[in-house]
Design a protein. Structure first.
Length: 192
């Protein structure tokens, strides 16, 4: 097959896969995890059931793929903020704010059974390690400027940041999230 034809087929497959992921997520958030069927997903996505089953065996697998894509987008965004060409302290604040907002919005996406399905497994463990590495690298850069407390290793502070900011999921407002980030930053700063 010509290369252009292969690229067109791959683009079509990508588009179908994305449509399946987006449709499933919309249906699950609207109706609940246990109410959505493969037939309904196929119908809403505008594809046949046989086509849907070529991509995914069940609703849970679709949701896992959706979650993997979602987490990858968050990590990509945090990486972009970390890699900006500005002072490490400014980058740290940007990353902390963005991660806290992610945690704040994450709690609004569904039921406990959906959370249990999406937040378990090997992929989540890898993503969690990527997040810790991202924070650890950035905190090491801040430490080199002398603006980070030196009585705790940057890798340990990375764990602190991830766990402290996960509390943003329980906060009632964006203002409360900003206050949590301010408290976290204060805990990270070198004593004056």
């Amino acid at each position: 097959m010509p290369r252009l034809w292969n690229q067109t087929i791959e683009a079509h497959r990508r588009d179908v896969r994305e449509a399946i992921l987006d449709t499933t997520w919309a249906l699950v958030t609207e109706q609940g995890l246990l109410s959505v069927t493969m037939s309904e997903i196929a119908q809403e996505a505008g594809i046949g059931r046989a086509t849907l089953y070529k991509y995914f065996p069940d609703v849970e697998t679709i949701l896992s793929a959706w979650h993997e894509r979602h987490v990858a987008a968050h990590l990509s965004h945090l990486t972009e903020l970390r890699d900006q060409d500005v002072d490490p302290g400014v980058r740290l604040e940007s990353v902390l704010q963005a991660y806290a907002r992610i945690c704040h919005h994450r709690e609004r996406h569904g039921t406990e059974e959906l959370g249990a399905l999406l937040h378990g497994g090997e992929q989540v463990a890898r993503s969690q390690q990527e997040l810790l590495d991202l924070f650890g690298e950035l905190l090491t850069e801040v430490a080199a400027t002398g603006d980070l407390r030196d009585d705790v290793a940057p890798d340990e502070l990375a764990i602190f940041c991830v766990h402290a900011l996960s509390a943003a999921g329980r906060l009632p407002s964006e203002a409360a999230v900003r206050r949590l980030v301010a408290v976290t930053l204060a805990a990270l700063r070198a004593p004056r």
